[in-house]
Design a protein around this ligand. Structure first.
Ligand code: SAH
Length: 208
């Protein structure tokens, strides 16, 4: 695929993108701006790609699916764990619009620098250096939380930082294979749905 539109066309044609808002957001955010120079030729392939610090920018189909499962509406306040290249944060920023806000936490300083640079034109995103496993108590609660690294178990500190009627999408499991889970908070009940999507994310490191 030779352009961002061709990549999005492919995701629509194969039935991955079903939501018009997510389609629009993915057309607006050019993936090429988020990959390293040496991988620009592969920016529009539906595959993860290396970034700095042995981390990866997720495959576009995974970004599309997680964005759809998160059920984002304009004006929402969202927490992302694992900024990486900033690509997923940009898609979320398009979905929440000017009245919404994205907080994204990254533990690698080099990736904080990369994502801040890539995200300069989005005024509704804040990139924070730190351990996202603990969430962001000062900014909580959030309408939505997206975890883009693999948790061993459901991250309870993050569940606590969800609003009532809030939702979180998180890959949970061992390093070699995870299940994508949707966690919904309703009147202080926690509902966990297995989205039946196997995935391989880099681990969420709970240190520091
Ligand atoms: N969403 C990114 C891809 C993320 S890859 C994108 O669109 O490009 C997963 C990221 O999670 C890595 O950058 C890794 O450094 C980060 N990470 C792992 N554990 C973390 C933690 N405890 N807190 C914050 N970031 C973490």
């Amino acid at each position: 695929m030779h352009s961002n539109d061709e990549l999005v066309d492919y995701l629509v044609r194969t039935g991955i993108i079903t939501n018009k808002d997510v389609e629009r957001a993915m057309r607006k955010v050019d993936r090429k701006m988020f990959v390293l120079d040496e991988y620009k030729d592969y920016a529009y392939a539906d595959t993860p790609l290396p970034i700095y610090a042995n981390q990866t920018i997720s495959a576009p189909h995974m970004v599309a699916m997680m964005s759809q499962y998160l059920d984002v509406r304009p004006g929402m306040k969202i927490l992302e764990i694992g900024s990486g290249s900033g690509y997923q944060a940009a898609i979320l920023a398009e979905l929440v619009g000017r009245d919404g806000k994205i907080f994204t936490v990254e533990r690698h300083a080099k990736l904080v620098e990369m994502s801040r640079k890539n995200l300069m034109k989005w005024r509704n995103i804040k990139v924070i250096l730190g351990n996202g496993a603990k969430g962001l108590p000062d900014e909580a609660p959030f309408d939505r939380i997206m975890v883009t690294c693999a948790a061993r178990t459901i991250p309870e500190d993050l569940v606590k930082q969800l609003k009532n009627n809030g939702k979180m999408v998180v890959p949970v499991g061992p390093f070699y294979l995870q299940k994508l889970l949707l966690i919904e908070k309703k009147n202080n009940n926690i509902n966990v749905t297995d989205l039946h999507c196997d995935c391989v994310f880099v681990p969420l490191i709970n240190e520091g």
